[in-house]
Design a protein around this ligand. Sequence first.
Ligand code: SF4
Length: 288
Amino acid sequence: MLDPQRPYAFLNEREPTRVGCGNTEIVDVATVFLTASRCPIGCSMCDLHRNTLPQPSQPGSIPTQIRYAQQRLKPASWIKLYNSGNFFDPSSIPPQDYALIGQLCCGYDRVIIENHPRFGSRRHDRFCQHVAGKLEVAVGLETVQPRMLKRLGKQMSRDDFDRYANSLISAGIDLRVFLIVGAPRLSVKESMRWARLSIRHAIHAGARHISLIPARVGHGWNGTADSLPRVELEHLVELFVDSLDEMRRDACLSVDLWDITGDELSEPRRHLLDRFESAILHQSTSLL
Ligand code: SF4
């Protein structure tokens, strides 16, 4: 049973970041999964609605949740506030809470939130005024394959994404991009091809961090999860290494491994993984 005064999860994680000269550092991050109202977009692959409320979030409840998590988490340099929806959707995060949320985040160098281009063109400025650190907005582009983007029900075209990415960067806000690897009825080969093109697109859009998310059965997919391609660690490592050369020196690429393990990895791939693992591939550890 969800409690509107408590986050539904929170954890400390470590994630790679690139510093100006191209070196990689690992940063401590406090990640808070806020209990908020349901996202009205309803993408077909999304199962986040399981942790949302049917009614709008009440003013004051989001800051209470952040405080609750902070009192239990280890100190961190960055904070992620993920609300299973869009930060600038006023039903999910009431704008009257922006100032208090900003105050609660004043000790962090970077505040990462998630949003869809449809929400809150003017609210970005309003929230930015209260954030002492760098604001970063994570956007689920998912893929640049137009038909797949439509099938996912993202309610966003590639052009919408590009315009939004531009507006964030012009406002001095960093961009993080989520990309899905694989989709129902796509072969592994096609999935890799589109993932590669999507990475390239996100790089050109100015992403500071690109996060690859292998499609998994646990997502929604409207009953078509059985036709998902079997993406193995081997494919991800290859995709990863192929894309590295194109990355900006201060940009980062990561892969959420879920439960994919390296047991079946061939020797050359194992070698590559060992080389890059500490910097790039990471898995979150739940402290709840
Ligand atoms: S992926 Fe994001 S925009 Fe789509 S339904 Fe889920 S929370 Fe909403």
